[in-house]
Design a protein around this ligand. Structure first.
Ligand SMILES: [Zn+2]
Length: 167
């Protein structure tokens, strides 16, 4: 019975996560105000983990990956802010390691985690494409990656449709 309730709860969460439509560029404001570029670059850039539910290999628990993991395979590559905005948080915790939260227009914010170095401070006004930090492996997880989240209000959305949205 408890398992059923857990499953229903999970289903509710997943539906909630996927119910939020990506904001289309051109609908609102300039494309530089909407997260619309890859936060890392170079020919080795790739997605190492998708957004959404996954099974924790240690505990077999079903969890939600609230962002997307992007990697260049190595530490120290530049991380770019994906839209114009203002740095609202620069902090460290055990899950995210070194992380940055940037507030954009339309109640959108982006989060950049697992950084080896941070190049901005709270209150900085930054432009799409500015370097805000370097890739790393701080915090929880395997290997080097940038854990990247997009929030619209209190919801997290899949960042995948937003990658390369300018092309
Ligand atoms: Zn991640």
């Amino acid at each position: 019975m408890k398992k059923n309730i857990c499953f229903l709860f999970l289903l509710f969460i997943i539906t909630f996560l996927y119910a939020v439509e990506p904001i289309k560029i051109g609908d609102k404001g300039k494309k530089e105000d909407i997260p619309s570029i890859w936060p890392i670059s170079g020919k080795w850039k790739h997605i190492s983990m998708q957004f959404g539910p996954y099974t924790d290999p240690d505990t077999q628990e079903i969890k939600i990956h609230k962002g997307i993991d992007l990697s260049t395979w190595r530490i120290g590559d530049p991380v770019y802010v994906t839209a114009n905005g203002c740095v609202v948080t620069v902090d460290y915790n055990e899950t995210y390691g070194n992380y940055i939260i940037v507030q954009h227009k339309e109640n959108i914010s982006t989060l950049y985690a697992r950084l080896s170095e941070v190049k901005v401070k709270q209150g900085d006004i930054i432009k799409q494409g500015d370097i805000i930090g370097l890739t790393g492996n701080t915090g929880e997880g395997n290997g080097v990656c940038l854990h990247y989240e997009i929030h619209i209000g209190l919801d997290v959305v899949d960042p995948l449709p937003y990658l390369d949205a300018t092309q």
